[in-house]
Design a protein around this ligand. Structure first.
Ligand SMILES: Nc1ncnc2c1ncn2[C@@H]1O[C@H](COP(=O)(O)OP(=O)(O)OP(=O)(O)O)[C@@H](O)[C@H]1O
Ligand SMILES: [Mg+2]
Length: 444
């Protein structure tokens, strides 16, 4: 296959094959042969001279064919073949000059082609060496005409050759240098890209760990509350057992109390199971999620705290809300954090309203508390990592930034409205199944 990438390097690997330069060389040789043929046929040569020239020309054509054959058969040896060809070409030009009139012949122009091509191919130094060799050949060929040579013409002819070789050699050297620079830059870019990808992966890992530790920190606080939640049904069970020990023979009572105890055990089981489920680390997975169900589950987890702090809960979940495309565990983490922030903002009781609404192809969730509110100056800080107004051990300040990240991952948006001493509303908009596919850049 023809490639544009080579032409200058010293060692060509066998697998690299021929380059566009090699094909250009072959084409130029064919052109020279065609031009030479026209020159031989139409230039007014004396008959003997034409005969001699045709004879040499045939040898030149045969040599050219063999040369191209070797080049095409052994692309890996192309550099050496070109060097040998260069010497032979110079010899041929010398012979043609000699046979077609020496210093008066125009064939010396062929040296220009040779100098131009090879200085471009091999670079400045070799181009200049070639020009010196060509000059010597030329002078050797016309040496016996020394008395007739016009030296100013001679100097001009050779000078032009050096200018051509110098200019093209410099140009090719610059091209080569630029290309090497580009290749170097490309290599650096590739390794940089690799490092960046690695760093990104590490960052993702850290992010996951931070998300998880934030969750565990909030659970730490929840567990303390859970003990009370377990204690209530446990007290009930204990009561039942006491009564049953005394009233052993009352079959109806026994049945009723056993049912009550079973209910208590189920409550404990459920509370523990919910907590364990929430604590687990989950990979982010996109699937249809019933947001109302996630909200219900999360509200249940705060039940003990609501009772303890005298918080009334109003839930108003729109059953027309369609499934959201996302991850229920991650969404639960968002609702959990916002609801528990609301609880923290109402230490002396209040009202918590949790609403969901279908808004076109989106699900809107609004969680409103009647708590302390957030001062305007702190509004932009609350999404910053580690910003917290809570006591050490009570808040890490990661809840909202993580929640915001999760909402964004769902291609959703989170808004906050707050009035000091009146309360705060967190509004979350999430695309439902219908709109999810139309969102450009949606997380998949
Ligand atoms: N509903 C709210 N009412 C008043 N202030 C709030 C409310 N929600 C959040 N804030 C303020 O935003 C801060 C940051 O909240 P965020 O959830 O990020 O961290 P945190 O609750 O302090 O700690 P963590 O959630 O990690 O336990 C809170 O400390 C609080 O000052
Ligand atoms: Mg929080």
């Amino acid at each position: 296959m023809v490639s544009f990438s080579k032409g200058h390097t010293k060692d060509r690997h066998p697998s690299e094959g021929l380059t566009v330069v090699d094909y250009a060389f072959a084409f130029l040789r064919a052109l020279v042969i065609a031009g030479g043929l026209i020159w031989l046929l139409f230039h007014p040569f004396p008959p003997l001279m034409r005969f001699n020239l045709i004879y040499i020309f045939i040898v030149f054509v045969a040599y050219s064919v063999v040369l191209q054959f070797i080049v095409f058969m052994h692309p890996e040896r192309v550099e050496k073949v070109y060097l040998a060809a260069l010497i032979l070409d110079m010899g041929f030009i010398g012979v043609f000059i000699r046979l077609s009139g020496g210093f008066d012949s125009n064939v010396f122009l062929a040296f220009y082609i040779l100098a131009a091509l090879h200085s471009f191919y091999y670079g400045l130094t070799k181009g200049l060496i070639l020009s010196i060799a060509a000059s010597l050949t030329y002078m050797l060929v016309v040496f016996d005409q020394i008395d007739f040579i016009v030296w100013t013409d001679m100097v001009l002819r050779l000078a032009i050759m050096f200018v051509i070789a110098g200019f093209l050699g410099f140009l090719s050297g610059k091209t080569r240098h630029d290309r090497e620079e580009i290749l170097k830059m490309k290599d650096e870019m590739t390794s940089l890209q690799g490092n960046l990808a690695k760093a990104y992966n590490n960052l993702q890992d850290v992010k996951r760990q931070v998300e998880q530790s934030e969750k565990l920190a909030s659970i730490g606080r929840l567990v303390a509350e859970l003990t009370h939640e377990i204690n209530n049904p446990l007290d009930g069970i204990k009561n039942c057992l006491n009564v049953l020990t005394i009233e052993k023979d009352d079959a109806e009572l026994r049945e009723r109390y056993i049912a009550l105890m079973q209910e208590g055990v189920r409550e404990i089981e459920q509370a523990v199971r919910d907590l364990l489920e929430y604590a687990k680390q989950h990979e982010f997975r996109v699937e249809p999620v019933d947001v109302n169900e996630v909200i219900r589950r999360t509200v249940l987890m705060g039940e003990y705290k609501f009772n303890k702090q005298g918080i009334r809960v109003r839930t108003n979940l729109d059953r027309h809300v369609q499934d959201v495309m996302g991850d229920s565990h991650h969404l639960q983490q968002v609702f959990f954090n916002i609801i528990f922030n609301a609880i923290d903002a109402m230490p002396n009781g209040g009202v918590l309203t949790v609403e969901s609404r279908k808004e076109n192809d989106y699900a809107a969730v609004e969680i409103t508390d009647s708590g302390t509110g957030i001062p305007k100056k702190d509004m932009e800080k609350i999404f910053r990592p580690f910003y917290t107004t809570k006591k050490i051990g009570e808040g890490t300040g990661l809840g909202l930034p993580i929640s915001d990240g999760i909402v964004k991952r769902h291609s959703g948006k989170m808004y906050v409205y707050s009035y000091v001493n009146m309360g705060t509303t967190f509004r979350i908009i999430l695309p439902t199944k219908e709109s999810y596919d139309n969102i450009l850049g949606g997380y998949r």
